[in-house]
Design a protein around this ligand. Structure first.
Ligand SMILES: Nc1nc2c(c(=O)[nH]1)N[C@H]1C(S)=C(S)[C@@H](COP(=O)(O)OP(=O)(O)OC[C@H]3O[C@@H](n4cnc5c(=O)[nH]c(N)nc54)[C@H](O)[C@@H]3O)O[C@H]1N2
Ligand SMILES: Nc1nc2c(c(=O)[nH]1)N[C@H]1C(S)=C(S)[C@@H](COP(=O)(O)OP(=O)(O)OC[C@H]3O[C@@H](n4cnc5c(=O)[nH]c(N)nc54)[C@H](O)[C@@H]3O)O[C@H]1N2
Ligand SMILES: [Mo]
Length: 714
């Protein structure tokens, strides 16, 4: 434990924010008498810049919350009642291993289903922590396409797994487009770099159906109907190629398929796009011209962009834009999607997909409700569910069916958690997990280029264990003999990175312990133009406007499915970026749109982190009750008064919320933020009850922005 003594017997430990957020802050943890007294953003860290956020400013309140799960527990009431009694770790592990052994003997290990995501994001305790264990056990593989799987697929098909722009280099941009990115809420530590560019005269454009905090600061806010952005991007290309605004030298040297793309975009006129998107044709022309003429131009896409039927091709279209105008030539130009690809992570060693037996079935996370209610053709129906790092009852769709599945008396459910979440209420065995200040971890980032070390500041509270320790205990309980399963956290950190990679040059564990963080060995932001001269990590080495990877059909990247071979069973994929209308619109399904005329989105809450903090006083005070943002015209047409309780419903379900009447929402669109708990809801449901389980076109992304509803008073 590295501590720096300071006044009054208080020490400061170099930690890191654990959350699934692009900012991955370097967090200074103040400790006195073995207790965390406060946290603060590291002022020395170039991205954190001394600030945390509304979620983590008082992280100690999460650590010492009176409702934390601190001991293993056994269910005593009916499923869902949330009644438990304390047991010991031995009893918990014996119960789990006995049940699993019986299940395996009866039905095979595939009757066990793990379910996890990013409760914590570290390389030790995060995404992959349970993968080697479950892969070895022979459990059904969980396909975790929660976040950015569709966008990553579209992006990689176009430019390959390149980190893309350095977020810090945005300060050198002359024009910035925030495209479906609610930056001031979801990526707030990047804002200073955007603001700096703006102060230097850069133009900021926000493309979002909602007048977000960022849109309020922008020079131009382009309101667009959800899920129609591909039409906008393709019409921008139409204007760029037909008005001779292209960088022909860049296109000729560093792209493939331009001639075909040029012919292909002729159909996407600004007039067509205007009809699809609701954006005026002249605005589209102006956007295309400004984007081409103002270099370096930067695009930041959010994850919110992928959540409609054509979300993957939409990202293909947007990702094609920088090459057409040569935006990649200079620092401050190009596109930023997921700089995660900059980190030389030892994914194979983390997942151990080599443990997976050929033919092991895969269940997509969006289908948990169906899997638990025997609505999927599984050879071995799910008899046991193991949830960690996730709260599916809030974050997954099909809420009513999920409750039905979790209520099954014959289902043996284990949940590892900080709190008795909506999901944890259904656990047969509930296990206590440590928070970040009680554990060690090494953090990559999907929003900047710094590797951060989180050093523990206090002993685990109660009998909580880190996820890494949990899987060591489970391996022992299941009799695994491979020493691989018993590596300590220090070894896990050392094994997580490819230390010999050029990007890791100069970075050591010892150095990280002293400073808390290190920038990957990449050029400084002001010099960072990775594709000034091409060099894209695609099969051709160029920007594939016509994607050669489309030939293999749709796929899910291994990182989203326990490392399992990703290139599987996909449907056909267009090689050129195309516009696909939403699944749920008047044009595609007039009868549906007549019954449910409003389009619902359920994006992130400002003071929640997914469903984290949905039970905490300070953040609830900030967020208020579950609300639904509705345009004044839509509210008036339905007799909905401000702050009235309303019912939001569609054919899949209903929930109640407080109406926030504001033209922040565009007409025809309602916004119900994610993160509120069922437990505290007005009528036992949250927006997830209405969300579709249908996949988007690429990477089995969700289609939560492709979702028609009606809102009624009462
Ligand atoms: N405060 C806070 N920060 C977070 C999180 C959180 O829960 N709370 N979660 C973290 C996680 S896991 C993620 S993935 C990121 C996500 O970060 P973002 O992608 O920024 O977040 P979202 O809220 O999903 O959506 C961003 C914006 O997309 C808009 N949008 C939705 N559909 C469309 C569309 O079809 N077209 C266009 N143009 N806009 C659309 C929404 O109105 C929203 O303003 O945030 C991370 N940071
Ligand atoms: N409607 C709607 N649904 C969405 C989204 C949306 O925008 N709208 N966004 C999607 C996206 S982008 C994402 S990333 C997913 C997020 O999906 P999840 O990652 O499942 O979301 P969280 O709500 O953060 O749930 C994480 C849980 O892990 C627990 N936890 C935290 N740390 C630890 C730990 O160290 N150990 C253990 N065992 N548990 C821990 C937390 O208490 C929390 O309950 O949701 C997706 N679902
Ligand atoms: Mo996410």
């Amino acid at each position: 434990m590295s501590t720096q003594p300071s006044a009054g017997g208080e020490t400061t430990v170099l930690g890191a924010c654990p959350h699934d957020c692009p900012d991955t802050c370097s967090m200074l943890v103040k400790v006195k008498d073995g207790k965390v007294t406060g946290v603060q953003g590291n002022p020395g860290h170039p991205f954190t810049q001394g600030r945390l956020c509304a979620k983590t400013n008082h992280y100690q309140e999460r650590v010492y919350h009176p409702e934390r799960v601190l001991y293993p527990m056994r269910r005593t009431g009916p499923k869902g009642a949330g009644r438990f009694e304390r047991i010991g770790w031995d009893e918990a592990l014996q119960t789990i291993s006995a049940r699993w052994r019986a299940t395996i003997a009866r039905s095979g290990p595939q009757a066990i289903l793990p379910y996890s995501y990013l409760g914590t994001q570290g390389l030790v305790n995060g995404l992959t922590v349970g993968d080697p264990f479950f892969n070895k056990l022979g459990a059904t593989v969980s396909e975790r396409t929660f976040c950015d799987s569709g966008a990553c697929t579209g992006y990689i098909m176009t430019v390959g797994p390149t980190p893309g722009m350095d977020p810090e280099s945005f300060q050198h941009s002359r024009l910035i487009i925030l495209w479906a990115c609610n930056m001031l809420s979801t990526n707030a530590h990047m804002w200073p770099f955007v603001e700096k560019a703006q102060r230097n005269g850069a133009k900021l454009i926000v493309i979002d159906p909602v007048r977000t905090r960022g849109a309020q600061q922008a020079d131009q806010h382009i309101r667009i109907k959800p899920g129609t952005d591909a039409a906008l991007a393709l019409a921008m290309m139409h204007v760029i190629v037909n008005e001779g605004l292209t960088d022909d030298d860049y296109i000729q040297k560093y792209t493939t398929g331009f001639d075909e793309l040029k012919a292909h975009v002729q159909q996407y006129t600004p007039a067509f796009a205007a009809e699809m998107t609701g954006v005026d044709a002249e605005v589209i022309r102006g956007l295309a011209r400004a984007y081409a003429a103002t270099q370096p131009a930067a695009i930041r896409i959010g994850v919110g962009i992928e959540r409609s039927a054509g979300g993957g091709q939409l990202v293909r279209a947007v990702t094609s834009l920088p090459a057409l105008v040569g935006a990649w030539r200079k620092p401050g130009g190009g596109i930023l999607q997921l700089p995660l690809w900059a980190f030389p992570i030892n994914w194979d060693g983390l997942h151990r997909a080599d443990f997976i037996a050929e033919g092991t079935p895969v269940v997509n996370q969006w289908h948990l409700g169906r899997a638990l209610t025997h609505d999927l053709p599984l050879q071995a129906p799910v008899e046991s569910l193991f949830v960690y790092n996730s709260n599916p009852l809030v974050v997954a769709p099909d809420q009513a069916r999920l409750i039905e599945g979790l209520s099954r008396e014959d289902l043996f459910t284990v949940v590892s958690e900080h709190f008795v979440t909506d999901t944890a209420r259904y656990a047969d065995i509930l296990l206590p997990a440590t928070t970040q200040v009680e554990q060690a971890d090494l953090m990559f980032s999907w929003g900047h280029f710094y590797l951060t070390l989180n050093q523990p500041s206090v002993q685990p509270i109660g009998e909580a264990v880190s996820n890494s320790e949990l899987f060591r205990r489970l391996a022992r309980a299941m009799g695994f003999d491979d020493p691989f399963f018993y590596r300590d956290d220090e070894q896990l950190m050392r094994d997580a990175m490819l230390w010999d990679h050029p990007a890791m040059q100069g970075i050591t564990m010892e150095g990280l312990r002293a400073t808390g963080y290190a920038r990957l060995n990449l050029p400084a932001p002001e010099h960072y133009a990775p594709h000034a001269e091409g060099g894209f990590p695609t099969p051709s080495g160029k920007v594939e406007l016509k994607a050669s990877m489309a030939a293999g059909g749709n796929f899910v990247l291994p990182v989203f499915r326990q490392g399992y071979n990703g290139f599987q069973d996909g449907g056909p994929v267009d090689a050129l970026p195309t516009f696909r209308p939403r699944r749920e619109t008047g044009a595609t399904d007039a009868a549906l749109a007549a019954r449910f005329p409003l389009s619902m989105m359920s994006p992130k809450g400002h003071a929640f982190l997914n469903s984290n903090y949905g039970n905490m006083r300070r953040q609830l005070a900030h967020q208020g009750e579950q609300y639904v943002l509705i345009n004044p015209a839509d509210a008036a047409a339905r007799g909905i008064a401000p702050d009235a309780v309303v019912t939001v419903q569609n054919g899949r379900g209903a929930f109640k919320a407080v109406a926030r009447v504001s033209d922040e929402a565009m007409a025809g669109v309602v916004v119900a933020p994610l993160g509120y708990w069922i437990d505290r809801s007005i009528a036992g449901a949250t927006p997830a009850a209405l969300n579709p389980t249908a996949f988007a076109d690429l990477g089995r992304a969700p289609t939560f922005s492709d979702n028609l509803v009606e809102v009624t008073p009462g």
